[in-house]
Design a protein around this ligand. Structure first.
Ligand code: ZN
Length: 137
């Protein structure tokens, strides 16, 4: 595979406004976007640090993926996302090496990126996201 850089780190939080308060008031970052991703049942808040983003994730429903994650593991780092070119090719490379894919094909994520997840059971416990910004190219 070929990864360009860490696009973002996804962090599961129970309450978006209080978490945003911490990132803004204590860490001094600025939330530049809040977006709901309906099919993932999450509300996201984005911060930028260098070329990497922090993506805070609050569940909009207890049965969504973030709701379940928090129930099982509590708040904290949920996934790491790598920027790639040719996301379909990268997914194919991973699959051909026996990596279990959550998404066989890329789908639309927050910020209009094409995203796909690798399963944590193939990645030493780290839910891994690949994302490609096709608008920029
Ligand atoms: Zn993400």
């Amino acid at each position: 595979m070929e990864l360009n850089y860490i696009e973002h780190i996804g962090i599961a939080v129970k309450d978006l406004p209080s978490a945003i308060g911490y990132y803004e008031d204590i860490l001094g970052l600025r939330c530049y976007s809040i977006e709901e991703v309906k099919d993932q049942k999450v509300k996201t808040a984005f911060f930028k640090i260098g070329q990497t983003k922090i993506e805070l994730l609050e569940s909009t429903s207890p049965d969504g993926p973030i709701g379940k994650f928090i129930e099982k593991k509590g708040e904290g780092i949920h996934h790491i996302a790598f920027a790639v070119n040719n996301i379909e090719t990268q997914l194919g490379n991973a699959a051909s090496k026996g990596i279990h894919l959550i998404d066989e094909k890329p789908r639309k994520g927050a910020e209009g990126l094409e995203i796909a997840f690798l399963h944590p059971r193939s990645t030493f416990g780290v839910l891994t996201e690949l994302c490609e910004n096709k608008k920029q190219l």
